[in-house]
Design a protein around this ligand. Sequence first.
Ligand code: FES
Length: 406
Amino acid sequence: MDIALAKANEMVQPKLDDQRRSGLPGWTYFSEEILELEKENLFRRCWQLIGHVSDIPLPGDYTTFDVAGERALAVRGKDGGIRCFHNVCRHRGSRVVANAQGNCKSAIVCPFHGWAYNLDGTLRGAPAPRSLPKLEPEKHGLIPLEQEIFHGFIFVRFKPGPQPSVAAMLNIYEPLFIVHKTTEIKPICTMWEAEIPANWKAVRDVDNEGYHVPIAHPGLYDLYGRQYVDELPGRGVGRSVGRFDAVKSKRWSVRHYKTIRPRPSRELGDEANNWTYVGMFPNTVFMLYPEMAGYYQEWPLGVGRTVQRGKMYGHPDERRSMRLARYLAQRIERETAREDHQLIVWSCEAMKSSAFAGIILSDHETGVREYHDQLRELMPVFDQEREPAPGTVAKLNEDLKNATAG
Ligand code: FES
């Protein structure tokens, strides 16, 4: 199939005008009050990716996701459907499943006192029922979450929010998910997870631009040289593409990856020769590679603590060359992530330095500014150059919002 998108070699790097070359004020990276606003406006009210349908292939299989004080659970029902709930027992709020992933057989039994729920979330029963008021299966069942499955990827939203459906947001990039057949992929590795001692926005700031790639990521530079382009069509999504360089690579992992990778199906077309990243506001990045696809995401554990995690999936293919290509690609990725983690910490801690006087963005960092503008739109208090008085951030943000709306 033809991809109805600009091909990688037709993509044009967006440019910044000189009024938009600065970043967010430094205080917003260290403020507990800002973090509370972010939890509410971003992590509870925007779509959160919690896994792929192939993570839970059998009835009773479940996967969980915790963010911003919320706990989500996705479970495969007896009818094959996937349903998402708050991982919160209706009795006294325990997690109803304790592990990150597993199988709960035919019922979800709370580990605290044993209230049991059917896989469709309805309450099946509770121990010592005569000690309790009358319980109703629907009324006292698990509380469902708003959910959406987009080409195999499961999203939830904890509260209603400003974003349209996932399908509407990713509509422009849907041809990529179709051509990579992401509904059919299966896990090829376990989830990786890393804690980074920095504010979560510093993670996004590094990830939202390719200007640093030639210097900071020798592996990626060896893979696609300067042929890395960002595309920012707006509406909370964007695409970055690195086209494989024809030059012979110096690093053995990249050199072998380029030579050994099996030629993928013709359907991939232009996609067969690049690594594509599709970003979705606020914290999801899909990785679409010729031999596999997956995602990574990050969220705050505190003002200066961030978790980043990711997982890769592929189509069934046990050829030795395919296994080796996937191993090498993941090796390059891991190396890149380690390099980024150091840059994230350095750039975040610099904002507390007496020498810090703001940032100066290049045209190759337009993605950073676009992302900051989206934050400003949702939370106008981000425009305040000086930190507001303690205890006033939320109120000021509301006032600024109302002033804009009025
Ligand atoms: Fe779940 Fe008591 S909290 S059974």
